[in-house]
Design a protein around this ligand. Sequence first.
Ligand SMILES: [Zn+2]
Length: 407
Amino acid sequence: MDPIEGVRKEISSKRDEMIELQRALTAVPALGPQNGGEGEWEKARLLIAWLERLGLGPYELASAPDPRVPKGERPNIIVTIPGREKQGTFWIMTHMDIVPPGEARLWESDPYKMVIKGDRLIGRGVEDNQQSLVASVFAAACVKKLGLRPRRTVGLLFVSDEETGSSHGVQHVLKAGQRFSPQDLALVPDSGSPEGNLIEIAEKSILWLKFVVTGKQCHASTPEKGVNAFEAGSHLVVRLGALRERFAATDRLFSPPTSTFVPTRKEANVPNVNTLPGEDIFYLDSRVLPQEDLERVTGEVRRICAGIEKDFGVRVQVEEVQKASSPPTSPDAPIVATVRDAIRQVYGVEASTIGIGGGTVGAYLRAAGIPTVVWSRIEETAHQPNEYCLVSNMLGDSLVMALAMVG
Ligand SMILES: [Zn+2]
């Protein structure tokens, strides 16, 4: 029998077990402490029991201390299958934590009791990120059961804290030990499209800035006695628009193809109409093409702020709320070809490489020098009420992963 057919048959035969694991995982809400939860340990314990039952033990833990949860730590689990060649590990990274269900009345069923409707599984977490988590578990189990030696060592990495910053998840694992090498490559199946034809290889740099404009508060009837921070801040917002012209490079890998600079959050100033505000606070969300230098962006921001200080007699403080950048993965990196070939064999589509506006955990791996692609075939219902995934996608993606492992 054609080896692909063997893998396909083995994974299809696991359909019911995969659905069962989805159901079990959905019943254990793994919410981080910032989301009002007790962390991921209960879910991790369930997953470990399944890993052992499927012959995927032994596993390794790289837990991150966190006094905010009852167990005092956040679990990160690593399973490896030795490969034929010693040339780095092929990682598949998924996350165990979920986001809260949100408004209960928008759900047609209990978010933590998985419902099956035809090809759909419905419940919180079934798509984000359990579809891929379950797919990776069964891909590895299938490769092991059929006695196929993967080309590279396979590493399944199940992390915590993806939804609330990753400092207790992938960032901790990256810091904690010599598990990674620049020879490694990684698939992060946590974003994608319904056709499964988009392989994300690059992200814009993220720069979130907080602006605190300080003037002098006074009675609104005597404005000459104060300095209006709100008025100065409003001019500042408008002048920051110049960043778009100053950093106008384009890159067709991305949509939109330019860097973006968007004023977003605005904090309230005075509660009453007849006080001239002495303080004004707002935020700017910037997504900068990786080829632009973030230091040049912050330099230009400082120059604009100095102009406002001079023209309006205020003080402007700029604070970096979030700053992250990662080098793009080359479209010619072997991981891109491996995943693209497997997608073609399973789904019959030719996938193209894209860049996005930023914010996946793939960026941490890229920043550590590991060529990383973000891909999955999903319905894009993550974080929504009535989140669902398609069983056919879970099986298909599992086959893609198994083929990519065997390489
Ligand atoms: Zn996710």
